[in-house]
Ligand binder design. Sequence first.
Ligand code: SIN
Length: 298
Amino acid sequence: MFRESFKYYKSKDPLPTFEDVLNIHKPKLLLNNGIITKLAINKSSPQYGLRSTEDWEVYVINSRNGLIFIKNPFTPHGQRYWITRCLKDYSKKPHKLNIDNTNILKSDENWWEEGRKNKKIIDSLRWSTFGYHHDWDTKIYSEENKCPFPEDIKNMTKYVAEQFGFDDFTAEAAIINYYHLDSTLSGHTDHSEQNLEAPLFSFSFGQSAIFLIGGETIDEKPLAIYIHSGDILIMSKESRLCYHAVPRIIKTNYEVWNDEYQMENSDFKHWEPFNNYLSYSRININVRQVLNKGQLKL
Ligand code: SIN
């Protein structure tokens, strides 16, 4: 069932219809039909590029226990901050990239600087990992394969976690996925972490996506949900171990990340390369806790 849905939404010919895709940005019908429920959270002041929590719109998806959707709680300035970090900084050493061990970059070159001059280079980056590096072959984390986790993203994730009572959450591993309009991410579960109770945090910026979330086996038919720039998904409780995938990236007609730019800056030049990249790309920051509470290492 999962594979069929993935193929359906991935297909370029015939094109799928999107009528069954949940658009939580237009929640009215979904609320009335009992598909989602609005969640109230306590008031907290704006920080880390997020708006005050009293302005957050948070929903739980009733058929997926523990799946929380936060409708873009970032300010436009906040979105630009995290986008800039993903492109300019999180894509650098000591982080691991899919293009390591290829001849795309020389050892002293950096992806963002070289990529700005060369389209082939800019389009070659698919992922970056930090903290405990995800090992794509063995799927095993190790003490020998890790680097420092940047403080800003660690603190921002902790802050979001605390709003939902996940007070012990510590960000220990992250994957940044860089998608283009023809990219997909096939169905998988995330079960390499020793701590499978701690939720997964997923932050998306740039172009929109269809996100599929199924059950604990591929036999269950997944739900399809639109993810737009700034949206946060938290996979906790049962949904933490559910199959998920991104079968399609969709070009948005609302570039929310450009809002208010002219108010802050008279000169667009600084932001232009980031904006050019985003015009055909989506960035997803996926943050996990690896260790159990009190565990100091693997
Ligand atoms: C992932 O599951 O690792 C990424 C999901 C996404 O891109 O939304």
